[in-house]
Write a protein that binds this ligand. Sequence first.
Ligand SMILES: [Zn+2]
Length: 192
Amino acid sequence: MTSTTTKGMVITAALVALGILTLSTLLIPPTVYIPQRIAAQWDSIWRDNLPKNCSAENILCAPKEFLGCVQIERTPTGWYVRRWEPAANMIRLPLAASGDCLAGDNAMWHIHPATVDPVAIYKCVHNSIMCNFVTDTSIHLRFYRDLSGDDLETLWNTPGAIASLMTWAPGYTVGAIVWRHKILYPAKVVIQ
Ligand SMILES: [Zn+2]
């Protein structure tokens, strides 16, 4: 009798726990977890795309975006980035990147490279001096911290895509997710 009661209590407790977990996954948007090793690779690609060869003569030195294909595993405790690879047939432009992902990929990642602040370029032009913005310690970078409307539309319109992640500076990745038939932005993104 005692053991049956205990068993019943354990089963009830387990069902309550399952119910809370199910309820929380329905009500609380999932956090996207990025492993340190992948975040480090993304940071390094971002750094490789710092503006180069900027001068008074070459103010169109805008670096280009870079697109990656990502696989995310969805679990009741969160969404986990498991692997990624650069998109195939990538086309890189200053404000966009496109490419092909594999059938198993369900998310995308790209960078928003920093650009040289136009004020810094103006000063170089105005003073008629050559400026090397990369080695110049007075470099001023402009960052693009948010996903664009196009980024969110692309996520919505890409069949099977559940998340769009973007790195705008080393250590800083933001993301949008498709959750409960809606785009949620910004989603909680954690590097761990
Ligand atoms: Zn973007």
